[in-house]
Design a protein around this ligand. Sequence first.
Ligand code: PA5
Length: 434
Amino acid sequence: MKTIELDLQHAVYFAEKEYEALKDTSVEALTTLNEGTGAGNDFLGWLHLPSETPEALVERINATAERLRENCDYVVCVGIGGSYLGAKAVNFALADSFADFYAPKPKEPKVLYAGQNIGEDYLAELKKLLEGKKFGIIVISKSGTTTEPAIAFRLLRDQLESQAGKEAAKNLIVAITDEKKGALRTMADQEGWETYVIPDNVGGRFSVLTPVGLLPIACAGHDIKKLLAGAKDMEAETAHPSPENPAQEYARLRNALYQSGKKIEILVNFDPKLQYFSEWWKQLYGESEGKDGKGIFPASVNFTTDLHSMGQWIQDGERTIFETVISVKKPALTHRIPMNASDLDGINYIADKRVDEVNKMAELGTLMAHEDGGVPNIRIEIPSLDEYSLGQLIYFFEIGCGISGYMLGVNPFNQPGVEAYKKNMFKLLKKPGY
Ligand code: PA5
């Protein structure tokens, strides 16, 4: 089932020459990816995750999620970067915008996050919220040695064990980590916690369709089978080189725009629920392409909110940007603007319209204005915000990233640059060996 619509007509003409010239390169990049002959080819496990994830693994994830949902009012996912952003993106997109303000209901725990920062207040406030509460922990770290989640996990585990008792806590902690190595693996094996494996050949930012993303998403009550089904259909749609392949065309056009001087790609949404999807996307593209002195800078804005803050820059600032807009065709709920007899606010002219009709006109008006202002606009439309469409979008951007990275001439699957801050921090903290 084809549901994502990619519209390039408002962008191609900005870099027509470069786009034409990159036709063969885009085909070669996808072929290299498929044949596993490019740089970083030991990290291509994500390529066939949607079609090759065993049914039994999905069932086990759902059973674990059910256990946590039955026994917890809060489930805290501990992880950072690729071990955090995918689950956060999907759960945020699918949740009621005000879910956090409702009390937890039986079997519907709140999914919270920790280990994605080193905020002392954040951790202290989280621990305060969890005081006397029934909670569980999903701790996620591929390396099993990352400092941020290690700190959060140590604090939360202590709290859980002292509140629930060490034996009961065993049933409430799930570790997702490497099959054999790392401190988290050692701890989990020693303590007897349930574990899931992050495959060796799947890097953090490509891991949302492994248990890393699937378990926290299932815990939040979402249908991971539908998520995988969307991804699987997109895997089939993007598998072969073709001018009809949307991921190949996206990768080709963004490289063409980059060559023509558009160095910044802004992922735009007109639905606030996509805010964290943009954060996931920024890591995917930023960590994959920003190396060797090259790479499009991935930025994001939430419209119309940011039209009132960043709109000026985008309309009128340095012409080095292009936009990729994710448009959701149909909201899940219906709400119309009421008529008002006095019309003092002057908006009776849109009374009786659905709120989304106004949003769509804002989107169209913005597209026209930005295009006039010299900003190429790539548009991706999804029918609705649900598991299936998100699965499609995730896989579309993953494979688009692999193709795009190879076109750029970098290894899209490593991240040597992220070690620099860690080395300095460890030295400053006098970690043994630094
Ligand atoms: O994409 C990546 O590799 C990183 O963002 C990692 O996911 C992140 O640093 C967390 O690493 P780990 O899962 O080993 O704790």
